[in-house]
Design a protein. Structure first.
Length: 295
């Protein structure tokens, strides 16, 4: 199984999907391949470090997390080589072209990305919203070989088909109250690993997140402190999503943006950790059957 995680910022992966990827990796071993792509330079989110310093530190933090999590990660580069600026990501032809190239190069079975809010009252983070919208807009173009040959020249007389992934939206803490889910994965067995990976993001959890105040958190004094804070975050998310369990969960919603999977495929591929009581499997089964239409 090949999974690609595309999101806006350093640390978005660890807070939304790292546990599930970890479970898949331990159950599939070398049959599992994953990549994390971050779409902004990460230079905006700090209060006493310069933009340049922040970007450099964040990159290093993600690199350490990737070593612990055993995934490869890269920054998304626009066709001219620049990494998009944090805090002002927009859906542009250049951003779509870069995403298209990155997805086609990896050819994942599953692509994970941020969700689009269904409710206009839901809050958003501009960069999360732009990634979600861009993935949705580029999805049909994944198997259109000449869509971005002006940016990435190729022999336009020879084309081979490109696999279109199933596109799955993750939870988004910035649209608090606007989240929904189809499947809930019990990632408790990966909780310690998630703690270690998130702990790598020191400039976020020790400095920025407590300062910006959006996440209702105290500055942790050490990793045990952070472990307790992380547990409270998972508990709060469970309450928001109506999941009655002391375990840590990650939740996902299947979109029709890319390949539409069969229900049995989702059930089989995410069997590891799939919690039936905490998921909305009937709703997913009905929706996928409706999207497939009658045989
Ligand atoms: Zn983010």
């Amino acid at each position: 199984m090949k999974t690609l995680f595309v999101h806006a910022h350093y640390d978005d992966y660890e807070f939304t999907a790292a546990g599930t990827f970890e479970l898949l990796r331990s159950s599939l071993n070398e049959q599992f391949q994953s990549k994390v792509i971050i779409c902004t330079d990460g230079e905006a989110g700090h209060h006493f470090r310069t933009r340049e310093e922040t970007g450099r530190i964040r990159f290093e933090e993600q690199r350490r997390s990737a070593q612990i999590g055993g995934y490869c990660f890269e920054l998304l580069r626009l066709p001219d080589g620049r990494v998009p600026r944090e805090a002002c990501l927009r859906v542009t032809p250049e951003f779509l072209a870069a995403l298209w190239k990155a997805i086609r190069d990896f050819e994942p079975d599953y692509l994970f990305c941020p969700p689009l809010p269904a409710d206009p009252l839901a809050g958003v983070h501009v960069d999360h919203l732009a990634v979600a919208q861009a993935v949705r807009e580029v999805a049909y173009m994944i198997n259109v070989p000449h869509a971005f040959t002006p940016e990435y020249p190729a022999d336009e007389t020879v084309s081979k088909p490109c696999k279109v992934p199933v596109i799955i939206a993750v939870y988004d803490g910035y649209m608090f109250g606007g989240n929904t889910h189809d499947i809930a994965i019990d990632v408790e067995p990966a909780f310690e690993k998630i703690t270690q990976m998130t702990w790598c993001h020191q400039s976020q959890i020790m400095e920025w997140l407590p300062w910006v105040g959006r996440h209702r958190m105290e500055t942790p004094r050490n990793i045990d402190d952070w472990c307790a804070t992380l547990r409270r975050r998972f508990d709060r998310k469970n309450r928001e999503l109506g999941i009655d369990s002391p375990h840590a969960f990650e939740v996902f919603t299947v979109t029709a943006w890319g390949e539409i999977p069969q229900y049995s495929q989702i059930e089989r591929d995410f069997a590891v950790g799939l919690d039936r009581a905490a998921s909305h499997l009937d709703q997913l089964r009905d929706r996928l059957a409706r999207w497939h239409g009658p045989d």
